[in-house]
Design a protein around this ligand. Structure first.
Ligand code: AMP
Ligand code: ZN
Length: 490
């Protein structure tokens, strides 16, 4: 059997199968996850991916691995529409808002951190930025040029995909064949510097109006988007490391290019296990900033969006996400969130009741088997919905013991409590919602909303609006719905 640590199985997107996880360096695990491009508020879809990898990080740590978790901040080089031409997303936003690019980066990095903290994500061990690693990126380009896999034209450097493909396999991660890729792309069309339309930029020559630029052996320019992740993962995790994650939409071209860059520079496959988190959808379509099909975390926490019936606590939203496997798509809806909210409170109530279970001299329930089911679920490619189903089995047992239909010994009770706490708080990253302070706030808010309702019934709109505005000043958003007013923290 072995310990749970030896039985972890991960679905590797590269081999398209589940594989037993064997880290390169014993108990040490290197984990790299592509971070956000900080030119806008993160939407709930982005958060899903980061929460999925928070689960991975938490479970690896729970198993006893010493994890170095690196997640970058893309603060330069990501061009519009992920294209090879166009404006840098951050520079564009800076131009439109008449701010310094670094002001944009700062604002949205802070928002990103605050948002993930609300979801109870653990910060990564290292959070490197693209602009802080220009030298490493230049060095990597030099290595790739020295291997004959990249060429310079007019101050830009391009990765030679055809040349690489003559020795290696370009497209192995996404399952694309180079012939199909060539057939599927338009002519070079404005990108005449490239030998082939598949080639991608490692370094781009900066036009005079470009604001984010650095000197390099090829002149003044800026790095290509795919390069930063290769350079930073190599610097902090080595030329070959254990796990690389990101959203499914990054598989091609971003991750395909990362493999090509790493292999061209060092001769080694950079990553052992590729993990891809699936998309959060809204109305059945991918949540995406560019199409406007989004929901912002702040809207969810305040309830201020027509799609929402009320405000939701970030931890309830996290639980909702944990109820789907990270490789399945998850469709967002108020109904689904309401169901998750009920489930969440049922689970937390069960945990509280577990402490009150009377103990007996024998156990009629099999606690060890239940616990091995917790591990079995998470060891099967981090299957959090199955884990949650087993946690609810535990809640059933708690109720059965309380109603004297089953018995449990002191030792078994302690063991069950320890593991329930570990899986609910450490692994799933959930939290108790109502602290004492929040409880009093709930009572006060119930009273205030009732007073406001009385004012509305007598058409005293001045008082009703004054209450709403005063609460808004205090960061509390009141929302009027069909079934009366609800509130949330904005
Ligand atoms: P970006 O800032 O656009 O590079 O995206 C940050 C992360 O969010 C990437 O890993 C994306 O794959 C991921 N992502 C973007 N849209 C969604 C979505 N609708 N659901 C889940 N993850 C997403
Ligand atoms: Zn990346």
């Amino acid at each position: 059997m072995g310990s749970p640590k030896e039985n972890l199985v991960i679905y590797n997107s590269l081999s398209r199968q589940k594989e037993n996880f064997q880290p390169l360096h014993g108990a040490f695990v290197g984990l790299y996850v592509c971070g956000p491009t900080v030119y806008n508020f993160v939407h709930l879809g982005n958060c899903r991916t980061f929460i999925s990898f928070d689960l991975v990080y938490r479970y690896l740590k729970h198993l006893g691995f010493k994890v170095r978790y690196v997640r970058n901040i893309t603060d330069a080089g990501h061009l519009e529409n992920d294209a090879e031409e166009g404006e840098d997303k951050i520079a564009k936003k800076a131009r439109l808002e008449q701010l310094e690019p670094m002001e944009i980066v700062q604002q949205y990095t802070v928002d990103f951190h605050n948002t993930l903290t609300k979801f109870n994500n653990i910060p990564p061990s290292i959070e490197p930025t693209a602009t802080g690693h220009i030298l490493e990126q230049i060095e990597m380009i030099q290595k790739i040029i020295a291997k004959g896999m990249a060429y310079e034209v007019n101050g830009s450097v391009y990765f030679d995909v055809q040349k690489y493909n003559s020795e290696e396999e370009y497209g192995e991660l996404s399952g694309r064949k180079i012939e199909d890729l060539v057939a599927g792309t338009r002519d070079l069309d404005g990108q005449e510097e490239k030998r082939s339309s598949l080639d991608f930029a490692l370094w781009k020559n900066a036009k005079p109006e470009h604001i984010m630029k650095w000197t390099s052996p090829w002149g003044v320019g800026f790095p290509g988007w795919h390069l930063e992740c290769s350079a930073m993962s190599t610097k902090y995790l080595g030329e070959q490391f254990d796990i690389h994650g990101g959203g499914m939409d990054l598989k091609f071209p971003h991750h395909e290019c990362e493999i090509a860059q790493g292999k061209a520079a060092t001769g080694l496959k950079p990553v052992r296990y590729w993990m891809h988190a699936n998309m959060l959808t809204l109305n059945g379509k991918k949540m995406s900033k560019s199409t406007g099909n989004t929901l912002l975390p702040a809207e969810l926490f305040s309830g201020e969006n027509d799609l929402l019936e009320k405000a939701y606590d970030p931890i309830v939203v996290r639980f909702f996400m944990m109820q789907a496997h990270y490789r399945s798509t998850l469709d967002f809806s108020s109904d689904a969130l309401n169901a998750s909210e009920k489930g969440f409170f049922r689970l937390m109530e069960g945990l509280k009741l577990a402490q009150e279970m009377p103990v007996s001299s024998v156990s009629s329930v099999n606690v060890n088997e239940l616990i091995s089911q917790f591990y079995g679920a998470m060891n099967d490619d981090f299957n959090s919905p199955i884990l949650i189903a087993h946690l609810f089995d535990a809640v059933k047992i708690v109720h059965a013991v309380l109603s004297k239909n089953e018995t449990i010994t002191q030792n078994d009770k302690e063991l069950l409590l320890k593991e329930l706490n570990a899986f609910i708080f450490d692994v799933l990253g959930l939290k108790e919602l109502t602290s004492e302070g929040d409880k009093s706030l709930e009572i006060v808010m119930e009273l205030v909303l009732q007073m406001r309702q009385n004012a509305r019934e007598t058409k005293d709109w001045t008082t009703s609006d004054a209450i709403r505005d005063k609460l808004a000043e205090a960061g509390i958003v009141v929302k009027d719905g069909k079934e009366g007013a609800t509130w949330g923290k904005g």
